[in-house]
Design a protein around this ligand. Structure first.
Ligand code: P6P
Length: 329
C-alpha cells in the first residue's frame, strides 16, 4: 500500500506539516475541518440560490450598517455552528456580529480565535458574481488575562497562525497559508472534499493590471491619483483595469495573474472601506506568503496594531513590484 494519499485534503495537507509548524496538530486540523465543512455547506446553498428562497434581503442591517442578505446570515450561522463545535476554538469574531462569540465552556482548551467575513461581496449575490469567505486564525496569548477578550482579538496580523479564503465561483476554491507557502484546493463535489490543486503558489512579481473602483478617484489621496494618472498614461506602459467589486474574486485574480488591488481612503470611507481583522490581515498574510506585498499606503498591513474589532483600513495589495510602484507614487 503506497503511503502517498490518492487525494490530499486541506486537513491532511496541514497535518503533513507536523514537526515544521508547532500548530500542525490533529486538534488544529480538526479546526480546519470546521472551516472546510462550513465552506461546503455555504457553497451548496450558493449554488442552489436561484432554486430556494435564499436570495434577497433579510430586512436587517449589520454592525457595518449594511443590509444583511439571507445568504450572509446563512453563511454566518453555518460558520458559527461548525466552528463552535470544535473544542479548541475559544472565540469567534464575525463581520456580521457586533461582539465576539465567547465559547465559555471551553476554558483553557479554547486557545484559538477564528475571525471571518462569512460572505464577502454578498451585494453581488443576485448578479451571480463570485463571492467569498475570508478567515483568519489567531492563538490566545497565554500571558493575557483570559477574560480580556479584546486583548486576545486585537492582535496584529503578523501574529496569525493561519489565514485564507474560499471563492465561490465557477468552481469552489480554498486557498490557505499557515506561514509555509500558499496552497490551493478545489472542491470536488463528487466526493465532497477540497482536493489539493496547487502547492506553494507564487504571485507574479509584476503585471500591468490595476484593480480599483475608479468612480471614487476624485476623492482618493493625491498619491493614489498620481499613480492612476501614470498607469493610464502612455508612458505607464499599457495597464489594464480589472474590477469585479467582490474582494475575494479581485484578490484571487491578483494572486493568480498578478497586478495590484487598491481600496484607498475616500471621502465616503475616510479610513478605507475594507476591514483590518478579517479582510486585510488574512489576505495580506496570503499575499506575502506568495511573494507579494500588502500595505495601507503607509505601513505593512501585518504590522498594524488593531484598536477596534471592526476597524477599517486602506488597502494596497498584490505583486511586489506593483505595490512598490504605488507606494513610490
Ligand atoms: P465598492 C463588497 O461589498 C466589498 O466589501 C468588497 O468585497 C469589495 O471589494 C468592496 O466592498 C467593493 O466596494 O465601494 O467598490 O462597491
Amino acid at each position: 500500500m503506497t503511503d502517498q494519499p490518492f487525494i490530499t485534503t486541506v486537513e491532511r495537507h496541514f497535518l503533513d506539516r507536523k514537526g515544521r509548524n508547532p500548530h500542525a496538530t490533529a486538534e488544529f486540523s480538526w479546526l480546519l475541518s470546521g472551516i472546510t465543512l462550513a465552506a461546503k455547506i455555504i457553497a451548496a446553498q450558493i449554488h442552489r440560490a436561484g432554486l430556494v428562497d435564499i436570495i434577497g434581503r433579510t430586512g436587517r442591517t449589520n454592525v457595518q450598517g449594511e443590509e444583511v442578505q439571507k445568504l450572509d446570515e446563512f453563511a454566518n450561522d453555518t460558520l458559527v455552528r461548525c466552528l463552535g463545535y470544535r473544542d479548541n476554538v475559544g472565540l469567534l469574531v464575525s463581520e456580521e456580529e457586533d461582539e465576539p462569540h465567547v465559547i465559555k465552556e471551553r476554558g483553557e482548551s479554547g486557545k484559538y480565535i477564528v475571525l471571518f467575513d462569512p460572505l464577502d461581496g454578498s451585494s453581488n449575490i443576485n448578479a451571480n458574481v463570485s463571492i467569498g469567505t475570508i478567515f483568519s486564525i489567531l492563538a490566545r496569548d497565554p500571558k493575557v488575562d483570559r477574560n480580556d477578550v479584546l486583548a486576545h482579538v486585537l492582535q496584529p496580523g503578523c501574529k496569525q497562525v493561519a489565514a485564507g479564503y474560499v471563492v465561490y465561483g465557477s468552481s469552489t476554491v480554498l486557498a490557505y497559508t499557515a506561514g509555509a507557502g500558499v496552497h490551493m484546493f478545489t472542491l470536488d463535489p463528487s466526493i465532497g472534499a477540497f482536493v489539493l490543486a496547487q502547492e506553494n503558489i507564487r504571485m507574479p512579481e509584476a503585471a500591468k493590471i490595476y484593480s480599483v473602483n475608479e468612480a471614487y478617484e476624485e476623492t482618493f489621496p493625491e498619491n493614489f491619483r498620481r499613480y492612476l494618472r501614470w498607469a493610464k498614461s502612455a508612458d505607464g506602459g499599457g495597464y489594464s483595469m480589472r474590477y469585479i467589486g467582490s474582494l475575494v474574486a479581485d484578490f484571487h485574480r491578483t494572486l493568480i495573474s498578478g497586478g495590484v488591488f487598491l481600496y484607498p481612503s475616500t471621502k465616503k470611507s475616510p479610513e478605507g472601506k475594507l476591514r483590518l481583522l478579517y479582510e486585510a490581515n488574512p489576505l495580506a498574510f496570503v499575499a506575502e506568503q506568495a511573494g507579494g506585498l500588502a500595505s495601507d499606503g503607509r505601513q505593512r498591513i501585518l504590522d498594524k496594531k488593531p484598536t477596534a474589532m471592526h476597524q477599517r483600513t486602506p488597502l494596497v495589495i498584490g505583486s511586489k513590484q506593483e505595490v512598490e510602484r504605488v507606494l513610490r507614487a
